[in-house]
Design a protein around this ligand. Sequence first.
Ligand SMILES: NC(=O)c1ccc[n+]([C@@H]2O[C@H](COP(=O)([O-])OP(=O)(O)OC[C@H]3O[C@@H](n4cnc5c(N)ncnc54)[C@H](OP(=O)(O)O)[C@@H]3O)[C@@H](O)[C@H]2O)c1
Length: 342
Amino acid sequence: MNCYELHANEGLNAVVLTSRSQPALDRPGLVRVQIHSVSLNYRDLLVARGAKAAAQGKPIVPLSDGAGVVIEVGSDCSRFKVGDRVMAAFFPSWQEGEFKPEHHTSALGGGSTDGLLAEEVVLPESAWVKIPDHLSFDEASCLPCAGLTAYHALFQVASLQPGQTVLLQGTGGVSSMALQLAKAAGAVAIVTTSSDEKGKRAQAMGASHIVNYKRNANWGKSIYELVGAGVDLAVDVGGPETFDQTAQALRTGGAMSVVGVLTGFAGTVNTSAILAKMLTIRGVYVGSVNMFEKFNRLLSVHRIAPIIDRVFAFDQARDAYAYLASAAHFGKVVIQVRAPSI
Ligand SMILES: NC(=O)c1ccc[n+]([C@@H]2O[C@H](COP(=O)([O-])OP(=O)(O)OC[C@H]3O[C@@H](n4cnc5c(N)ncnc54)[C@H](OP(=O)(O)O)[C@@H]3O)[C@@H](O)[C@H]2O)c1
């Protein structure tokens, strides 16, 4: 079968088209899926760019997020049959309950664990989740990481309520889904972006206010004042360089879901702002299979489909990575592993 692997090359040259023998169903409980679509996350850029430094042992197949059709079911499987439409869970081993350190190694498409950028993928039955009926394969491929993270950040570590105000940053995969979910929950969404054009699009999707974070370095204070006395909840995807501004935008007693690393992994934080406002700061790491299923029910009830910016063909995978890296996208970037039949 055809697949991509991450090799020990510089930058995005690490993403290499190759072939492997078909993965075997060599023990009970495994399910083979023909992959139709995969989507890219910012994490996939980090994994690809770090492939040279991380290279040890055999190269892995990249990408955590994909959707397809069950084509073979091993013994001891009861949840799926041939023909079912499924998505992979980001952390196959995190089925429910609290996150445990050992779940890290099960994350697909990172470390030493093969991901989804392949024509066929074999995983335990418990790693697959049924696709909501209203979604295409392209749309479903956007849910396992970015989509579920947005749900987790708004409704699991926090509990966004109708009428509350939420701050979302940028217009990428996580934030565009968070905007759709916030609107469905009856919340007021404020979106920061570097692009007035993207701001108009976010407004058309229901964002109440748009703030350009490139033009306005004190966007946290501006947002605090804009809503009277700060927002109830903020989903921080920026990391060290946005953290203090995000804290500034929050009301006293507000909450921050810490999600992203767009400006790096460590930095200086104004801890006094956290204590003076008695903020709740919660880290978010994608989500469990159980959360994924609850998220899918919410999507079905509101018939929400993730926003796809652009779809690339399988042989253009490296172009898709480069497009994501350019940050020109609004929403998600998808690669069709198998072109849809007409
Ligand atoms: N913790 C988790 O479980 C988890 C899960 C998914 C993603 N993440 C992280 O969340 C972040 C976003 O991921 P993604 O996949 O949604 O990325 P993405 O689709 O590439 O979106 C990135 C967007 O964020 C905006 N942005 C860039 N720099 C910014 C900054 N300094 N301040 C505010 N906004 C900025 C830009 O939007 P504009 O063009 O509109 O300015 C950019 O297009 C990444 O750091 C990713 O690693 C974490």
